[in-house]
Ligand binder design. Structure first.
Ligand code: ATP
Ligand code: MG
Length: 349
């Protein structure tokens, strides 16, 4: 199923789903700013789980330092981080083979950042559309250096494990371009073949709208969380922005609110949103919202049940992060040693 979104997908080198996932190295991650939502689930989580089941090697970063890119205080960081891990496991990630770790637990990531920063110009960072968008939604009055250099941090997160595939939402494509640029320039300057050029992997729903018709985001009050209960889901869907036209049609550009809801129900039921619109016909927004609520609740029921079980054992979740940090540190230290050696750095002696 190919889904059209309100915003066109930019022309970038983003990969289609690989023919042979086994042995591929995959890196993805999320900021612990709140519970994961349906945008994450259909945007990247399902691809992560599918890749893992087909034999890819997964690294998943809980990007805790990156929380303070757009706000002064990282609120309830430990709780949000553990909840991310619960969401990962509930949706099917297997911590036995996936390396799930917190950014702040892997110091070598920040050592990689320094040479990487030297490979990117200020003008390039200033032009990055995702940085501009994140600055526009930032809770800070002034743009910090950390926010400005966000894509380079992400390049370190991706390149430390030499990932060649990065399942992300559409908003991350400009960041991926920075990671590709950093990899290429490092290899040109210091020695061919140190880093692969990572490719983005978009899903069929690269930019799922939230209940207000704009990108569903943890921090924008427009998200339906995986962890929400059925009544809360119904309330959130009832409050979604639609329009007064009783005839339901799938028109992402002209009717983003209605289209977002149709897309959500269609994804949950693995159907075509246009067909679903025809079925609802003249039922208006009320019928549409009833359909969406049922579709979401039904689809998420087993995930939510698993979530509740996992949430009862926080000790296990913390252990997953500890084991992940050990594995990630070993990989990051090896890459850092290679980087230092390629640069002829004193620290490599
Ligand atoms: P925040 O508002 O705090 O930035 P977020 O909801 O944007 O949170 P992130 O942690 O920034 O979530 O994004 C994690 C991953 O999920 C990224 O790959 C991002 O592209 C993807 N993603 C986030 N929201 C959506 C969405 N609405 N549709 C598709 N993918 C999404
Ligand atoms: Mg975001």
């Amino acid at each position: 199923m190919t889904i059209t979104t309100a915003q066109p997908v930019p022309a970038a080198d983003h990969g289609t789903y690989p023919e042979h996932p086994a042995g591929r190295r995959v890196l993805t991650g999320d900021r612990p700013t709140g519970p994961l939502h349906l945008g994450h689930y259909f945007g990247t989580l399902r691809n992560r789980v599918r890749l893992q089941r087909q034999g890819a090697e997964l690294f998943v970063v809980v990007a805790d330092y990156q929380v303070i890119t757009d706000r002064d205080i990282a609120d309830r960081l430990a709780e949000h981080s553990e909840n991310l891990v619960i969401d990962y496991l509930a949706t099917g990630l297997d911590p036995e083979s996936a390396t799930i770790f917190a950014h702040s637990a892997v110091p070598a990531l920040n050592q990689l950042l320094l040479p990487f920063l030297s490979l990117v110009s200020i003008a390039e960072l200033g032009r990055n559309p995702t940085v501009k968008d994140e600055i526009a939604h930032s809770r800070q009055s002034a743009v910090s250096g950390l926010m400005f250099t966000y894509p380079v941090h992400q390049a370190a997160d991706i390149l430390f494990c030499k990932a060649d595939l990065v399942p992300v939402g559409q908003d991350q494509l400009p960041h991926l371009e920075v990671a590709r640029t950093v990899a290429r320039r490092f290899n040109e300057r210091y020695g061919a073949g140190v880093f692969p050029r990572p490719r983005a992997l978009l899903s069929a729903a690269p930019l799922l709208p939230g209940t207000d018709g704009s990108k569903m985001s943890k921090s924008r009050g427009n998200a339906i969380a995986l962890a929400a209960d059925e009544d809360e889901t119904a309330r959130l869907v009832r409050g979604a922005t639609t329009d007064a036209d009783r005839r339901i049609t799938y028109d992402p550009a002209g009717r983003p609110g209605v289209a977002g809801l149709l897309l959500l129900a269609a994804l949950c039921q693995d159907r075509d949103p246009g067909q679903l619109a025809e079925e609802i016909g003249d039922g208006g927004a009320a019928a549409l919202k009833r359909t969406v609520t049922e579709a979401v609740n039904e689809h998420l029921r087993p995930i939510r049940a698993r979530r509740a079980e996992l949430a009862a054992d926080r000790g296990h979740i913390r252990q997953v992060l500890r084991t992940g940090a050990e594995r990630a540190n070993a990989v990051a230290d090896a890459t850092l040693a290679e980087v230092r050696a390629a640069m002829g750095a004193v620290g490599s002696a």
